[in-house]
Design a binder for this molecule. Structure first.
Ligand code: UDP
Ligand code: MG
Length: 313
């Protein structure tokens, strides 16, 4: 059986298109399947539509969160509740074309792969600045972390149950799925496709949300920023030691004229800045550790038509 997990946040406009398209494709192919829609605290009529679909079609399940927990939590909840032997995660806005599913299933069933993942080869329709930052992000994170994170990788992927179990077993609170999928390993086949515009509604990501997500990704999968701050510290200590000797020698040889005030202030400000910057980096890691130790649930389900719902996880 195939399980499709669809995180939805205010998707009332795209859902009918999505449901028609995916049911059409999967029915024509004759698969047995279930669709798990995760309503991530939508404020529009998404839940109403999902309830209607579930009444009409027994293959439709829904989980509705008590508030917006974010796409990462929504994907995690879906993975925790999936029953299928093959499990796909996809967006509700048709930017992850359901028409690729038969090909993806075929690859995992016959090609000896555990997972088929997708990446966009073009970033058309996206602001230039955003694309530029996205490219830099992938370059940096691949340099400073051990896991390989593919440029343009989407969350759209189809996995075997064994891989999903590994992903679910990683119960960390700060989730960055692109990294987790890479971290668990398994044989992955990559499909490339051109970017498509969403069918209806608006994207939920603005530049700052994406920027914060990128920083989260780096903090979750690399300790290099911490190393950089200790290297900075060491270099600075060495540098100030050299300066100290220079100043002592100058005092002994030429006395102590009161000048050089400006350069002194510059140096103090410079070092103060670097210290704050490094403390900030450490603070980010401590904050992440703090959230992990609280062991707060990833999501809270307020309503669902799945009987054995683990409401809080
Ligand atoms: N989404 C979600 N919770 C959020 C934001 C988004 O479940 O807080 C869902 C959204 O409904 C969609 C998918 O995640 O199905 C991708 O979102 P979007 O299309 O806005 O992102 P983009 O494709 O622009 O990267
Ligand atoms: Mg989208």
């Amino acid at each position: 059986m195939l399980t499709c997990i669809i995180p939805c946040y205010n998707e009332e406009e795209s859902l009918p298109f999505f449901y028609d398209e995916i049911s059409n494709i999967l029915e024509t192919e004759g698969y047995s399947y279930e669709l798990i829609f995760v309503d991530d605290g939508s404020t529009d009529h998404t839940l109403k539509i999902l309830k209607k679909l579930a009444k009409m079609d027994t293959r439709v399940s829904f989980l509705s969160f008590s508030r917006n927990f974010g796409k990462e939590s929504a994907m995690y909840a879906g993975l925790c509740h999936a029953h299928g032997d093959y499990i796909a995660v996809m967006d509700a806005d048709m930017q992850d074309p359901p028409s690729l599913l038969p090909e993806m299933l075929n690859i995992v069933q016959t090609g000896g792969y555990d997972c088929v993942a997708t990446r966009r080869v073009t970033r058309e329709g996206e602001p230039v600045i955003r694309s530029w930052f996205a490219r830099r992000f992938y370059k940096i994170i691949n340099k400073i972390s051990d896991v390989n994170i593919v440029d343009g990788a989407r969350d759209f992927r189809l996995m075997k149950r064994s891989m999903v179990e590994a992903v679910v077993a990683i119960g960390e609170y700060n989730r960055f799925s692109k990294g987790i999928f890479g971290w668990v390993g398994f044989q992955t086949y990559w499909i490339s496709y051109d970017n498509t515009e969403r069918v209806a509604g608006m994207t939920k990501w603005n530049f700052w949300k994406l920027f914060k997500y990128a920083i989260d990704g780096i903090l979750n999968f690399s300790q290099v920023p911490l190393n950089i701050s200790s290297w900075f510290g060491m270099a600075m200590t060495f540098f100030s030691f050299v300066i100290l000797i220079f100043i002592i020698l100058r005092k002994c040889l030429f006395g102590d004229p009161v000048n050089g005030w400006a350069s002194l202030v510059c140096i103090i400000i410079f070092i103060g800045g670097i210290q704050l910057f490094c403390m900030g980096i450490m603070g980010q890691y401590i904050a992440k550790t703090y959230m992990e130790t609280k062991k707060r649930p990833h999501y809270i389900i307020s309503e669902s038509n799945i009987i054995d719902t683990k409401n809080i996880k």
